[in-house]
Design a protein around this ligand. Structure first.
Ligand SMILES: [Zn+2]
Ligand SMILES: [Zn+2]
Length: 108
């Protein structure tokens, strides 16, 4: 979309937003002055006056649907005993940490 199209369409898009009920009777929007506080008023009416914080999540174990933790070497899920390397990507399959192979030859 070119800049001219953007400005040409702005009044049409505003009218559509009004039709969708996104503006109230106090709307300050005017052709040539494209700002209003409709969404601010609606948000404050919902009691949201302090901006929310951002939550950074650790990766999720898809088997347990809960956050894994970083053990210094890589990611680990304590519930299902699975680990992934630090650089593991999305959907990468981990390794069980409680599978020690054949233990039958161990000391009795
Ligand atoms: Zn408005
Ligand atoms: Zn898990």
């Amino acid at each position: 979309m070119s800049g001219d199209d953007f400005w040409a369409g702005i009044e049409t898009r505003h009218a559509a937003a009004v039709d969708r009920g996104e503006h109230d009777g106090l709307c300050e929007w005017r052709p040539g002055f494209y700002l209003c506080h409709c969404s601010k008023r609606e948000r404050e009416a919902r009691g949201l006056t302090t901006p929310p914080t951002l939550t950074h999540q650790y990766p999720l174990c898809s088997g347990c649907d809960r956050e894994v933790y970083h053990n210094g070497d890589g990611w680990e899920c304590g519930r299902c005993h699975t680990s992934w390397s630090s650089g593991a990507g999305e959907d990468e399959r981990g390794t069980f940490t409680d599978d020690h192979g054949d233990l039958s030859g161990g000391p009795r």
